[in-house]
Design a protein around this ligand. Structure first.
Ligand code: GLP
Length: 262
């Protein structure tokens, strides 16, 4: 696991966006670059920079296929808090990606299990995901894989914990009862099967999650810790998120990846 510590949120996003641009541009076999994507506030600065890079001609998304991590059950696309809406509003509507290259789980499907199986099969049809970008919940969840979800889980229907409903209620008028109770989510193993994983972890409120992800054992109590077993996983973080790391851990990663520091 490579932990890239940047001074602040802006630099973390700049590093992550550059990393993604370089990965897309390095793909030379003519096949689409398959990119996994998250929602949330953490990736917003990365999306902003990717849009700028696209407009500046530094990267094209014409041969990029995307798979989003998750979607609420029961919110139609046009609902402002659906992840479909979020992704189009914050990213897809501003880049040159063909609409048919965008994949987002359909939380309105009649048969949710079949929708999840279809999604896994479609990922497999592209030969898997090249790079999966993600975030982390305050409780260390990845996508909507809440604490104690199996680390070998695949795409499926998930119940949201009370904690997550409270955290996400900021988008639903601060009323946790308005947050959908279920979501569709890629599994932990769907993420870790990707050739590369890049998690964004920033801010004081993620400091515990980062500590458990990096320093403690692999445990389904903190599903992001599954990345410890991945051989090409990056955590991009800011100084604020490092608040609970041991001084030695912090110094180690600063030293080893000093050439990545912006
Ligand atoms: C939700 C999403 C996660 C995301 C998390 C953190 O629970 N399902 O994929 O990582 O929120 O979001 P934020 O970046 O806003 O803290």
């Amino acid at each position: 696991m490579k932990v890239i510590i940047q001074q602040n949120y802006d630099k973390m996003c700049e590093w992550a966006a550059n990393h993604i641009v370089n990965a897309i541009n390095a793909k030379k076999d003519g096949k689409p670059f398959v990119l996994g994507l998250p929602t949330g506030s953490s990736p917003l600065g990365v999306y902003k920079r990717l849009i700028e890079a696209n407009k500046a001609g530094k990267v094209s998304f014409k041969n990029v296929v995307t798979f989003n991590m998750d979607e609420y059950v029961g919110l139609p696309r046009e609902h402002e808090q659906s992840y479909w809406y979020f992704m189009h509003d914050n990213f897809f509507d501003h880049i040159d990606i063909p609409a048919e290259n965008v994949n987002i789980l359909n939380g309105m499907a009649d048969d949710l299990e079949a929708e999840c199986a279809r999604y896994e099969a479609k990922i497999a049809s592209y030969g898997g995901i090249d790079l999966f970008m993600g975030g982390s919940g305050v409780d260390g969840h990845i996508a909507f894989n809440e604490p104690f979800t199996s680390l070998s889980s695949r795409t499926g229907v998930r119940d949201l914990t009370e904690d997550t409903k409270i955290v996400n209620s900021r988008f639903f008028g601060n009323d946790p009862s308005k947050v959908p109770v279920k979501a569709l989510s890629v599994g932990v193993a769907t993420v870790t099967d990707s050739r590369e994983v890049l998690l964004l972890i920033n801010g004081h409120n993620k400091a515990r999650a980062l500590k458990h992800c990096v320093e403690d054992g692999v445990s389904s109590a903190w599903t992001i810790s599954a990345l410890q077993n991945h051989n090409n996983a990056y955590i991009a973080c800011d100084e604020l998120a490092c608040g609970e790391l041991k001084v030695d851990t912090y110094k180690y990663f600063l030293d080893v990846y000093k050439s990545e520091r912006l």
